[in-house]
Design a protein around this ligand. Structure first.
Ligand code: SF4
Length: 251
């Protein structure tokens, strides 16, 4: 959100990119389509608003219908005139994807785009995003807690905890050789939802609030292998330019 300038000026991010990020068009796909879509506007009008070109209304309508067809939304002419509440959750999420694509972005940021959907629809949406990625030159930044859902999709993975990057690398390297304890937990939990007693597994404790961020490793209150020094010093980067992490206990 800060990257796209959607937050107050107090929200900052630091990114070195060449060419500058300002040269790219960025679109968002949000997590909850019912909140992201305007309930008082018909689907067609909402997608049309996002089209950048100065073409006339008839051409814009055709562009929208083409987009709906491309995203395998059945009966596009009927959907064009419907309101969000008349569509299923999966259909609404596709409409959000259509809105994001209508702008013809260079970068598509998908923030947990399939979390609120049932498993079958969730994988349909992920497959659709994979297809968009493969068939175009757009970059997709897919934000999720469910690492398993982006297996075979992501080229690179960035693991963040409490606002800081704790591990980064090529996806195969992260999946097969995770280094940071938080990453290891995320991978374990994405594959094994229940423990031997049939209870849902989770990482004990809570992420810290920003006002409680400590000097040392922010993961230390929840880390099973933490040592005394973890509370005091921000861990240094270890690894290579292809795969690095911030934890001194892993080589
Ligand atoms: S630096 Fe310490 S607390 Fe942080 S992840 Fe590594 S071992 Fe755990």
């Amino acid at each position: 959100m800060a990257i796209a300038g959607l937050l107050p000026k107090t929200a900052r991010f630091k990114l070195e990119s060449n060419p500058s990020l300002k040269n790219f068009i960025i679109s968002f796909i949000f997590q909850d389509p019912l909140n992201a879509l305007n309930p008082l506007m018909k689907i067609g009008s909402q997608i049309k608003e996002a089209i950048k070109t100065k073409s006339n209304s008839i051409n814009k309508k055709q562009l929208v219908l083409d987009l709906l067809d491309k995203l395998e939304i059945s009966d596009s002419t009927k959907r064009y005139k419907q309101y969000p509440y008349e569509l299923s959750g999966g259909m609404r999420q596709r409409i959000l994807i259509a809105m994001a694509l209508a702008r013809d972005p260079d970068i598509l940021i998908a923030d947990e785009p399939a979390t609120s959907l049932d498993v079958r629809i969730k994988y349909q949406i992920i497959e659709m995003l994979k297809k968009i990625c493969l068939e175009s030159d757009k970059a997709i930044i897919y934000i999720t807690h469910d690492l398993d859902s982006v297996k075979g999709f992501a080229d690179y993975i960035t693991i963040m905890y409490a606002g800081k990057i704790v591990e980064w690398g090529r996806a195969e390297s992260i999946y097969h050789n995770p280094k940071h304890p938080y990453t290891k937990n995320l991978i374990k939990l994405s594959q094994q939802y229940k423990n031997q007693e049939g209870r849902l597994e989770y990482i004990k404790g809570q992420p810290p609030l920003p006002e409680n961020f400590s000097e040392g490793c922010r993961f230390h209150p929840r880390c099973e292998v933490a040592i005394e020094n973890c509370k005091l010093e921000d861990p240094k980067i270890k690894g290579t330019t292809e795969h690095w992490w911030k934890c001194p206990l892993n080589d």
